[in-house]
Design a protein around this ligand. Sequence first.
Ligand code: GTR
Length: 427
Amino acid sequence: MFALVLVGYHPINIQFQVIHHFIFYQSTHHHMKQLSLFIGVMLFSCLASAQNYDESKVGSYTLPKILESNNGSKINTVKDWESERRGEIISLFEEHVYGQMPKKFEQIDFKLKNENKRAMGGKAHLKEIEIKVTNNGESVLINLLLFIPLNLKKPAPAFVLINNRPHSNTSPTRETVSGFWPAEDVIAAGYAIAAFHVSDAAPDDKNTYQNGVLRLYPEQLKADNGMKAIGAWAWAASRVMDYFETDKDIDAKKVGIVGHSRGGKASLWAAAQDQRFAMCFTNNSGSTGAALSKRWFGETVAIINKSFPHWFNNNYKKFNDNEKELPVDQHMLIASIAPRPVYATNASEDLWADPTGTFLAMKEAEPVYALYQLKSRLPDNPPPLDTPFLKPPLGYHNRTGKHDLTPYDWKQFVSFANYYYQNPTKK
Ligand code: GTR
């Protein structure tokens, strides 16, 4: 046991050597060997996955230059940005983080499975649509739930949630009403609200994530830069957009994509890839979402890849405990959505998702909005709790409380969208 006590005082490589030495040379009895192997592995994995919650330990880091192309030339204009740098950034994220985004498929069909023209006590029109996409002899079904406000000028602007929580959060009958998707509030504000569940696109499981969109694109599974679950969820969001373009009740030019946590990573990637999304809302999205990875605060690349190997491509694993080599950081993903507005959130009890790193990533995206003459209204430093910044192009708040998506968060999303579209209830 002496060797194990020592472990806590040594740098990680030495720790491993000490554990290894202890396990294989010091313990002679068979059971003792097994026990010490167990303890050693547990200890090693805890140490290897250590996260930092101390701002003073963040240290210095260098972010890749957002306004400089891969060949070193300066990006000074919208034209340079759009013709050169934006595409480079999307390719870097495809190659090293989220994987390729297949754009082609053979067929897409929309079937209205159920509707209620007087849902929510006569306040909304409910539509349940099955989106069937076929490619390569395989099909995937994405079930879309949609409420459209009645008694308002059509077409309606809309919010779509990438739902990564139980289906009961998005009840079509409204027998259960959840703060995660407060559809009544959003309808009352004059917006349509929609949701689809991530499991239709890619089950959120390392053994079965292939059983969805990836059946249509089997080649992706063989490529180190191939799409995985987060990519599949973002791909499905784009198919929802394909549907909206056919529904005369929806203003397809005013669709905001919303996601919480892992869903918020996907909402950013969806909006970056698909410029038809008018706005992006990324709630508590943290590591590989809206937070800077190179700060090494809260959840790290190594931790997320270890816990969720099915979210990001194989190449991303090369950056485990090696964030400094990443040719991108998450401010570039936010910036790739410009000039369209992005709203990011955090929660005070969710240091895992690095509130400060999220705020800083938003700030680091500002120069790209400035190319479009869009002045960010974010303050210079992380704002106090419960103080939303609601004027586009970049919005932010850090809510008191836990890691969650709540009616408070949605209320700010609606206000931010109102600024952008001018309040639809007032039209
Ligand atoms: C956590 C994960 C986060 C976030 C979260 C969630 O376990 O570490 O990156 O995605 O799950 O989706 O709620």
